[in-house]
Design a protein around this ligand. Structure first.
Ligand SMILES: Nc1ncnc2c1ncn2[C@@H]1O[C@H](COP(=O)(O)OP(=O)(O)O)[C@@H](O)[C@H]1O
Ligand SMILES: [Mg+2]
Length: 351
C-alpha cells in the first residue's frame, strides 16, 4: 500500500498556477526525491504534503486517510528545512525535546528518545551547547535529531544540505541515507541537485514548471529519459544535445558533421531531430570522427574533455589514459547503442 498518495494535486496563487495535476504514490519506507530547477514548485509541494500550505485541487492521502483538511500537527510528519530553524536560545537537548514537551510526553520518555537520537547522530557530547556554538553540519544534525525524536510516520526534507560546503554535503548525504536504512521511514527529499537525487533516491520525481516530467528509479531516468528536459537535467557532465537531420546511417548537422545513428533506426531521411549522447558514451577510436581538444578538466581518475567537431562543441569523459592537451587532434567514436533521439519539435523521446 502507498504510504503517501497525491491525486491530481494542484496549487494556484490567485490566477498564477504553480503546480498542476501532480499524481504520485510513495510506498511505505520508500526514499522519494523531488528534484527540479529553482522555482519549479518543490517546496510548495512538500509544504502541501506537510499541511503547511492549502491545496487548490486534488487529494492528498496519508496512510489511507484523505488529509486535505487535516492540520499539519495531526499528520504525524516531521520536516527538516534548509535553514535548520533551530531555537537560538535553547540548548541542543531542548531544541530536540521541545515538540515532545509540548505534546505532553513524560520526562523519562523524552530523555530516552533524545538520548537515542543523539546516539544515532553522534550528538551525545553536544547536548548542552547552544546552536551558535555548533558548525553547520552539527546544526543540520540537530535539526534531524528534532525530527527523529518525534518518531513520525514519514520524514520530509527541503534542501537540507544546501547551506553546507561541498565536502560536508557529501558526508551528510551518506548519513541521511544510513539513517533511512536504519529507521526505514518513508522519506520525501527535495533538492535542486541531480547528484543528490541520483545517489539518494529509490525513486526520483523530476519536476519542471509545476509539472512532473518523469518519475522512476535513478538509473531508469538516466538510461531512458522520456524527454529532453529529463535527459539534460539528469547526468553529469550534462548530456550532449545536437540538432540535425537524418541522412542515411548518420545525423547530419548544419556544419556538415555526421554523427552515427543506432543501426536499424528506421528513421526517414530528412527527418529533423535532436541527438543525445552522454559524455561517458564517447570514446577514442582508430577511425571515426575527427575532433579538436579545446579544454581538458582533470577530475582525478578521469578527465572531462571539451571537443570541437567542425563547429560543434561536445564533452567527452575519458577514463584512465594519459592526460590530453588542448590543441590535440583526436579521432572519436560514439556508443550508438546509448544514443538517445528526441523529436525536435516536442522534445519527446523517439524510441
Ligand atoms: N506565497 C506565494 N505567492 C505567490 N507565489 C508563490 C508563493 N510561494 C511560492 N510562489 C511561487 O511558486 C513557485 C514555486 O515556488 P517553490 O515551491 O518555492 O519552488 P522551489 O522550491 O522548486 O524552488 C515560484 O514561482 C514561486 O515564486
Ligand atoms: Mg524550495
Amino acid at each position: 500500500m502507498s504510504e503517501i498518495e497525491l491525486r491530481n494535486v494542484g496549487k494556484s496563487y490567485g490566477s498564477l498556477s504553480v503546480l498542476d495535476d501532480i499524481s504520485l504514490d510513495m510506498g511505505s519506507g520508500e526514499f522519494v526525491v523531488l528534484v527540479g530547477p529553482s522555482g519549479c514548485g518543490k517546496s510548495t509541494l512538500l509544504r502541501m504534503i506537510a499541511g503547511l500550505e492549502d491545496i487548490s485541487a486534488g487529494e492528498i492521502t496519508i496512510g489511507g486517510r484523505i488529509v486535505n483538511d487535516m492540520p499539519a500537527k495531526e499528520r504525524d510528519l516531521a520536516m527538516v528545512f534548509q535553514s535548520y530553524a533551530l531555537y537560538p536560545h535553547m540548548k541542543v537537548a531542548d531544541n530536540m525535546s521541545f515538540a515532545l514537551k509540548l505534546a505532553g510526553v513524560p520526562k523519562d520518555e523524552i530523555k530516552r528518545r533524545v538520548d537515542e537520537a543523539a546516539d544515532i547522530l553522534g550528538l551525545g557530547h553536544l547536548l548542552e551547547r547552544l546552536p551558535r556554538e555548533l558548525s553547520g553540519g552539527q546544526r543540520q544534525r540537530v535539526a534531524m535529531g528534532r525530527a527523529i525524536v518525534r518518531d513520525p510516520r514519514a520524514f520530509l526534507f527541503d534542501e537540507p544540505l544546501s547551506n553546507l560546503d561541498a565536502k560536508l554535503r557529501v558526508k551528510m548525504r551518506g548519513e541521511i541515507k544510513k539513517l533511512h536504512q536504519r529507521l526505514g521511514k518513508t522519506t520525501i527529499y527535495v533538492t535542486h541537485d541531480q547528484t543528490e537525487a541520483m545517489t539518494m533516491a529509490d525513486k526520483i520525481v523530476v519536476l519542471n514548471g509545476g509539472k512532473i516530467e518523469q518519475m522512476g528509479p535513478p538509473l531508469e531516468l538516466y538510461k531512458n529519459p522520456q524527454n529532453l528536459f529529463v535527459a539534460s537535467f539528469i547526468g553529469s557532465p550534462e548530456i550532449n544535445l545536437l540538432r540535425g537531420e537524418v541522412d542515411s546511417q548518420a545525423l547530419k548537422l548544419a556544419d556538415g558533421a555526421r554523427l552515427p545513428l543506432p543501426p536499424g533506426h528506421g528513421l526517414a531521411d530528412g527527418r529533423k531531430l535532436v541527438y543525445g549522447i552522454r559524455p561517458q558514451h564517447i570514446h577514442l577510436a582508430d577511425s571515426g570522427i575527427a575532433a579538436d581538444v579545446m579544454l581538458v578538466e582533470p577530475t582525478g581518475d578521469a578527465q572531462d574533455v571539451m571537443l570541437r567537431i567542425e563547429t560543434t562543441d561536445i564533452t567527452m569523459v575519458l577514463g584512465e589514459s594519459a592526460l590530453l592537451q588542448s590543441g590535440a587532434k583526436l579521432t572519436i567514436g560514439f556508443d550508438t547503442a546509448n544514443v538517445l533521439l528526441f523529436d525536435d519539435k516536442t522534445g519527446g523521446r523517439i524510441q
